[in-house]
Structure formats: structure tokens, C-alpha cells
Write a protein that binds this ligand. Structure first.
Ligand SMILES: Nc1ncnc2c1ncn2[C@@H]1O[C@H](COP(=O)(O)OP(=O)(O)OP(=O)(O)O)[C@@H](O)[C@H]1O
Length: 413
């Protein structure tokens, strides 16, 4: 077994990573005779430093003939999504400086707050990963879910590819990689505001408070969808399948309420299934696409008719995103004849011609250009929980990186 690298972020989530690694992860590796190195993060972006160092160390060992170029580096992420993000960012920075990427296999542990990646790989209601006789005496039943990704890596098999989105913002000197989520509008602003509550409320409740502060905001912007080899597709709730959009529909005019893209994770929290198409209609390996979930308030007939449009929109957003907590039911909703939405519907409503409430696109990427320089909230971008600001007059461009066989990131799930 090759050496395992174990990252420990002592502040992620409720701060349980050091104990969990010491008492649950390391004893398992020791019992199985697997060598490991523990790397404790010392502050913001330190996981990136560790990523860069491991990449360079690997490069050195390849040049000394100690490991082969195609050999895997396994990294157990003892933290949340942000820790994995920083780590991958650091590796990719090293690649931009000229090092070869190589193959990285990540093991997730649900030690952050939202744990989007771990929840996607192992949803709360998923069947426990089966244990072989070798592991059975070593793992307590209560730890099965948290250790599921580690168990998969120890039992071998095939890890999943982890596509990376590369984002450029005119103000940022370097492109920003992300593997979970890239968003603007409501989601990015919830993250921005929820940081203020982190010390007070370590759990997901802080997101709900921040949501209330942003739910009626209209985000003025224009979006250009970037086609993949299969063009730009939009989800049709009636056929429950994609339809290919004509090129003239690649431009989306705002204002926007919600705008979020993801390549890997249908769910952002254990029960918040915001992009169910990723699970129900999974893209092929190396397809190079993202799924984008969009809410545009002025498509809503009731909002168009209202004098206080923000007040009319807020309950609609809550209803629709609330349906996402019910196994991603929001993408089945369509506007009825009078602009109503039947929120109890698990299947599309029967009203002829009703438009989908949520627009879901599958394409290679997008460009988001704020159209009101004075509207600060429409300039905020979230890449895997890290926040960036688009400068006045600027825009953000996000595109899935083409993946190469044998090189890149994989995850055990
Ligand atoms: N020693 C440290 N002191 C302070 N901050 C740290 C330290 N080590 C890492 N960090 C920072 O901790 C932040 C939070 O980590 P992470 O995102 O993994 O946890 P989380 O936000 O609780 O979980 P999730 O991303 O799953 O919601 C990261 O942005 C990272 O930069």
C-alpha cells in the first residue's frame, strides 16, 4: 500500500478533526500496516501550501526514480470542503509553475460544516459500504458513514473522477479552481453573510439566517452560457430529460435570484439536493460539463404583476429552495396558468405551456457580467466556499477543465 497523506484542519466544522483523525483514522491505518504522514493546517490557505509541497516532493521522487510518474498520491482530507478546495488549489498552482500534475486520489471525511462532497458520495440514507473480514473488527458501526470513503480506498475498487472548474475574474491574478460549487447571487451572498455567524453558530443553521437577509434581492447581471461538445442543454421537467438549446438562447438576461453551478455534487448539504440532474442524468466520464441551477424572478408571472417585486419573490424562493430539501423536487415545478406553482407536485403539473420554475442547464461553463456597477451583491462570487469580488465593469468566466486520462483528481466514493 502506498503512503497515505492525512490532512487535519483543526478549525473546520465543529473542530473535531484532530480527535477524529487520532482516534478513528490513524488506528485503522496502523492496524493495516499503512504508512502515513499527518499534515496539520496552521491557518487560512495552509492546505494549499501542503498541496504544493506534496506535488513538488512527488516530482522530486519521480526524478530520483523512487516513484513512477503514473503512481497515485492518496490524501485523506480531515476537514471540510474548503480544506479540500485549498489543497487542490495549491496542487494546481504548482502545476502552473511547471510541475506535472500526476494522479491524486482524495478520501473525504465529514469533518466540515456542509460536507457537500462527502454527502454526495454517501447520502444520509445510503446503504453502508460493505466491510471485508479484514476491516470488520476495526470499525465501529457508528463510524461507518464517516469512514465510508476511507473504507472504499482501503478495499480498492475504482474511485470517481473529480472534475475541476477553472474560473477567471478580471481582478484575480490567477485562475481559481473549484470542485464543488461555483455560484453568484443568493448562494454566494448567503456564504458571505454567514461567515459573520461562524463563531456563534457552527452548524448549518447559520446559512438559514443569512438566507433570510438575501432572499428578496434581485441580482442584475447578464449570463452567457458556454457550450460543451453537446452544446447547451436545458432540463425539461415534462420529459425529465435534456433538450438542446438553439444558440440564440445561450444568453440569459437578469435579474437573477439564484445562480449556482456544480460538476460533482447534487447536494450541498446532506439533505439539500440542489442539482439532482447530476445524480439522475449523470454526465459521461470526461464529458467536461457543469450543471447550472438558475432562478430568474421576472420569469415568475406573480412577481411581474406585483408592485413590490422583492416581497413577492421572497416566499417563492423559499418555497422552491425548500423543495430542494425534499430530494430535489424543485426541478419538477412548472408555473401554472395563473402563475401559480403547485409545490406539492412530485410530477410536472398538467397546465399546458407552463414554464419550468427552475432553469437547469448543462454546458461547459458560463460568463457572468454584473450590469449595475453600484449593486455590490451581484459582484460576489463563491468558489467552493471562498469568496471573490468582481471589480466594477468586470465579469467572471468559469469553464470545466478538460481532463486527461491518468492525470487529475479522483475521489473515493
Ligand atoms: N489552523 C487554522 N486556523 C484557522 N483557520 C484555518 C486553520 N486551518 C485551516 N483554516 C481555515 O479553515 C477554513 C474552514 O475549513 P473548511 O472549509 O474545511 O471547514 P468548514 O467551512 O467548516 O466546512 P465546509 O467547507 O464543509 O462547510 C478554511 O477556509 C481554512 O482556510
Amino acid at each position: 500500500m502506498p503512503r497515505y497523506h492525512v490532512l487535519v484542519n483543526p478549525v473546520s466544522g465543529a473542530g473535531k478533526a484532530p480527535d477524529f483523525v487520532e482516534y478513528r483514522v490513524l488506528p485503522l491505518l496502523i492496524a493495516l500496516g499503512i504508512d502515513y504522514d499527518v499534515h496539520v493546517t496552521k491557518g487560512v490557505n495552509d492546505a494549499g501550501r501542503i498541496g504544493r509541497e506534496l506535488l513538488l516532493e512527488r516530482e522530486q521522487r519521480v526524478s530520483e526514480g523512487k516513484v513512477k510518474r503514473g503512481d497515485v498520491t492518496t490524501v485523506v482530507v480531515g476537514g471540510g470542503d474548503g480544506t479540500a478546495h485549498e489543497f487542490m488549489e495549491g496542487v494546481l498552482e504548482g502545476v502552473r509553475d511547471g510541475a506535472q500534475l500526476g494522479r491524486w486520489e482524495l478520501v473525504t471525511l465529514p469533518l466540515g460544516t456542509a460536507n457537500a462532497l462527502h454527502s454526495t458520495l454517501f447520502p444520509p440514507d445510503s446503504v453502508p459500504v460493505p466491510l471485508t473480514e479484514r476491516l470488520e473488527p476495526l470499525i465501529a458501526p457508528g463510524d461507518m458513514h464517516a469512514l465510508a470513503s476511507l473504507i472504499r480506498s482501503l478495499e480498492a475498487g475504482v474511485p470517481r473522477s473529480l472534475p475541476v472548474t477553472q474560473t477567471t475574474i478580471s481582478s484575480e491574478p490567477k485562475p481559481i479552481p473549484s470542485h464543488i460549487v461555483l455560484s453568484t447571487a443568493l448562494h454566494a451572498n448567503i456564504l458571505a453573510d454567514s461567515e459573520a455567524f461562524r463563531a456563534e453558530i457552527p452548524g448549518v443553521e447559520r446559512f438559514k439566517l443569512a438566507a433570510a437577509a438575501n432572499v428578496s434581492v434581485f441580482f442584475p447581471a447578464q449570463v452567457q452560457l458556454l457550450p460543451s461538445a453537446a452544446g447547451v442543454r436545458m432540463y425539461d421537467p415534462r420529459t425529465k430529460d435534456w433538450k438542446v438549446l438553439p444558440e440564440k438562447e445561450y444568453t440569459l438576461d437578469g435579474p437573477f435570484g439564484y445562480f449556482l453551478s456544480t460538476t460533482t455534487t447534487p447536494r450541498l448539504e446532506p439533505t439539500f439536493v440542489v442539482a439532482p440532474t447530476l445524480a439522475r442524468l449523470p454526465p459521461g466520464p470526461h464529458e467536461g460539463t457543469m450543471d447550472i441551477v438558475v432562478l430568474r424572478p421576472l420569469r415568475d408571472p406573480a412577481v411581474r404583476a406585483a408592485s413590490d417585486k422583492g416581497a413577492a419573490w421572497a416566499p417563492r424562493t423559499k418555497e422552491v429552495l425548500g423543495a430542494a430539501y425534499d430530494d430535489g423536487r424543485h426541478i419538477a415545478l412548472v408555473y401554472g396558468a395563473g402563475g401559480t406553482v403547485d409545490l406539492s407536485s412530485r410530477v410536472p403539473q398538467h397546465d399546458e405551456g407552463g414554464e419550468p420554475v427552475v432553469e437547469v442547464f448543462r454546458c461547459a461553463g458560463f460568463e457572468w457580467t454584473p450590469t449595475d456597477e453600484s449593486h455590490k451583491k451581484s459582484h460576489i462570487v463563491c468558489a467552493d466556499g471562498s469568496l471573490y469580488t468582481i471589480p466594477p465593469g468586470g465579469s467572471v468566466r468559469a469553464k470545466v477543465i478538460e481532463s486527461h486520462a491518468g492525470e487529475g483528481f479522483w475521489v473515493w466514493g
